[in-house]
Design a binder for this molecule. Structure first.
Ligand code: 5GP
Ligand code: MN
Length: 342
């Protein structure tokens, strides 16, 4: 009998390899957020300082509010430079996959990543990782962010002295955004200790908050007002609030990648609401964002009904149905959860 399945080995077994110069590709989930881009670039600056040849490849474009990040001008957007990216992936020695658990979270990059013959390393904090796809890795759902895990990786690598300010700025971005500015339960004492260390390296955190949150156009704020007023429904019998954004809404307010980030969180600010669901009519699919408070498990909900996943209190999913049809389905399936949501 042939032995096919290859299981992910502990990340600690990878550290000795860091001493030999290598060609490295770092990638993350599509439409990278602050944690995905922050962890990729945080690791990039560290591996460059170690003397490796490193390329970050994003599966898609990203929000403008990340464009200040050190090194982002050298990131390849796969959708705009497929041939170059494919060649680099074919020739790489190591492939780091950050902030996603399943290869299809990289959209059209999935096939080239799968086909790559290199050493593959996963560093992630989502539920149910696809372990058989990786040679080394670490998957800890208890971690606040992938940036926290890259910080730990650097600290435990034997080269902690190479953590520099550029890395610190990128890692702070994910530590802060994935913890909802240090408010979610995964914000442990270790998270605060890591941030204290980044501050000691010279990190100016106010500057980063301003880049991320005070740098939008007027149209985005008007769009949020419009959506809250016209596109929100509160289902009090299920302690649930929903919001639905059509293609025409996106067009009318000239909404770009990143402009809708954080919108779903408004739903949970209503007294008593435990479950918030936002659906946006994107070109190729209807994209869901789910958020919850307490023990209502939106990872399971997204997996079961909307081809998605994520974390217990934050997940996402998709549908090929029309906006009306996917909303209708949501209102049907929510009935199964009335007792849990009471
Ligand atoms: P967001 O709502 O901010 O897009 O995503 C919330 C969380 O769910 C993130 O951790 C994200 O990685 C995860 N997520 C979003 N969409 C999907 C999806 O379609 N599939 C899976 N497995 N996870 C998703
Ligand atoms: Mn993350």
């Amino acid at each position: 009998m042939q032995f096919c399945a290859q299981y992910m080995q502990s990340i600690s077994l990878f550290y000795p390899r860091l001493n030999e110069p290598a060609k490295v590709v770092i990638t993350m989930h599509q439409k990278p957020d602050g944690d995905a881009m922050g962890s990729a670039l945080g690791l990039y600056h560290f591996l460059m300082a170690l003397g490796h040849q490193v390329q970050v490849i994003s599966p898609t474009n990203w929000a403008d509010f990340l464009d200040w990040m050190p090194g982002i001008d050298r990131v390849i957007d796969f959708e705009h430079n497929r041939e170059k990216a494919k060649k680099i992936i074919e020739e790489t020695d190591w492939l780091f996959c950050l902030d996603f658990n399943i290869l299809h979270r990289t959209k059209h990059l999935e096939k080239p990543l799968e086909a790559a013959k290199c050493i593959k390393i996963l560093i992630d904090h989502h539920e149910q990782p696809q372990e058989e796809a990786f040679d080394y890795g670490i998957s800890l759902t208890s971690k606040s962010s992938t940036c926290e895990m890259i910080y730990d990786f650097i600290m435990e690598s034997g080269h902690a002295n190479l953590l520099n300010l550029s890395s610190a700025e990128c890692l702070y971005t994910g530590l802060m955004t994935d913890t909802g500015s240090f408010r979610f339960p995964a914000t442990t004492a270790s998270v605060h200790r890591a941030v204290a260390h980044l501050k000691d390296l010279g990190l100016e955190h106010t500057k980063i908050h301003e880049h991320l949150y005070d740098n939008f156009l007027e149209t985005r704020l008007r769009f949020i007002g419009y959506a809250l007023m016209n596109k929100m429904e509160v289902l009090y019998e299920y302690n649930t609030a929903i919001m639905y954004i059509s293609h025409a809404d996106l067009h009318k307010y000239d909404i770009k990648t990143g402009d809708t980030e954080g919108l779903v969180n408004y739903l949970l600010t209503i007294q008593g609401i435990k479950f918030g669901a936002l659906v946006i009519d994107r070109d190729e699919e209807r994209k869901w964002s789910f958020r919850s408070k307490g023990n209502f498990d939106v990872n399971t909900f997204a997996r079961k009904h909307f081809e998605g996943g994520g974390h217990v209190n934050a997940s996402g999913g998709r549908s090929s149905d029309s906006l009306d049809a996917t909303l209708h389905k949501f209102k049907q399936v929510i009935k199964e959860y009335q007792n849990q949501l009471k």
